[in-house]
Design a protein around this ligand. Sequence first.
Ligand SMILES: [Zn+2]
Length: 587
Amino acid sequence: MIPQDYIQEVIRRTDITDLVGGYVNLKHRGRTHTGLCPFHNEKTPSFVVYPETQSFYCFGCGVGGDAITFVKRINNLDYVEAVRFLASRAGMPMPEEDDKAGRLRSRILSANKDAARFYYQQLNADTEEARLARRYWRGRGLSDDTIRRFGLGYAPDGFSTGYKFLRSKGYTDEELLEAGLIKRSQKGNLYDAFFHRVMTPIFDVKGSLIAFGGRVLDDSKPKYVNSPETLVYKKSRTMFALNLAKKSASKRYILCEGYMDVISMHQAGFDTAVCACGTALTPEQVKLLSEYAEEVVLCYDSDEAGQKATARSLELFASSPLRVRVLKIPGAKDPDEFIKKYGKERFAALFDKADNALEYKLAKIRDKYDIAQDSGRVQYIKEAIGLLAGPISETERDVYAGRLAEETDVRKESILNQLDGAIRQNRRRASAARSRELLQEGTAGQIHLPYGPDGAKTLGVANAEQQLVAALLKSPEFLPRVMQRIRPEQFLMEDMRQSYEAICRCAREGAAPSLSALAQELDDKLMSTLSQMLARNHDVSPSPADLEMYMDRMEQSVPKSSQAGKMSNDEIENYLTSILNKKQKKN
Ligand SMILES: [Zn+2]
């Protein structure tokens, strides 16, 4: 951890408007600044910077936070790197990195390395289970050379073989737990996080071994077990095999669905194959990829899940500078199968036939209709025009309008006319949406009722908790009074409880509880939520009476059973609905 007063100093010397202004063209509007959001693709600005709370919030995509959050996101850095970035921008030397965090980080990396060696040895051991594991990898068509190059291994059966091995190498329980290599059972026993699984080590872009993916050898469940997020592993920011792909001369990257596809591709000589860690591609991963690649070819499975993932990824790539194409894999369910069936030369030939994003979407629309029929043709044209009226270049529009005309045997002029109409309509809609947005933004600040709109008391408690936390961030001078009356356990909403605890801890350590003071403890999602609350309230200052109301409302709502602090959002909703129903019955 970096010392809190150092962070405060970095923040004090950073002006968020200046900082963001370096990336976004900001326009002054009252006490705020607005511009086009750098985190999502938009035509009308919904990204707002609030100098008073030194925060930003995007009403379009819901991303928000303080200066540190902004730097983290825009430059794809972790927290410490972001502080370092801002410190050097402000001309401050970095403090000695806290020994403890730094040491733990390097212990985790070294435990991972020892674990990988252990899994590799186990794979090559002279035992029946090792033979089965080797048979598994070979059954997937991998050569011994590929197994070695990717450091593939096997975590043996039993609950603590790996644990005992790693303890013998001198790692403490705490280090192994932090590395996610072991787990603690409810009874308190320690056991291996991975057993009886084939293991794939995951490296970051710099080549450090940061995590593992484990798969069962048969069809039992769960099929995959992966390392949890740790000090060294953030899955939303990790691309598998990017450390290898970045060494390739080619800037055309192949984005696959899973580790196995990637490994087979590399074995077949496609050395720019990568895949996202985690279940779905994230904006951070797209950003990371765009630092190395110029073109990305999406190469997902041909099943429905794969097609959904393709559509979703295309959306994410839309705002990146990368050229994106979609590979069609005829006659096979995935690239792995295609290469095994038809060979790598034919697979390489597919790349030249890969559709660009627009062609892919058009083909998807065409597949839905029977264009031999008049009605099917009309539907196809209608939907295709909707697509071509979107954010694409004039040249592209002209080319595809021509193609559409040919396909449907409709005159190109008539297609272009309809296109013009659709584009005009889009513009009108966008400007109407923007007006609505401004209206909401304007009124949102006024909604300051502790009980929410329409007397919806179910919303009331949640709203009171949010308002209380927002008020404390804006006017920390109220904190001592609130702390006397409200304990963290009294919060129903888990994320507000967490925020309140962080605020209290900050105050106890003598720091002003600002958004930035909390950034080190709270995750990005919660930072966005808090900035949203600040954004909504940016032109109102809470009065002492407001705070009393929030606290009253919270105290009325505390359930007697008081498991509240641990309730999930769904449970809270159920609970609140149930008390509301009871009250209604009484009336
Ligand atoms: Zn946005």
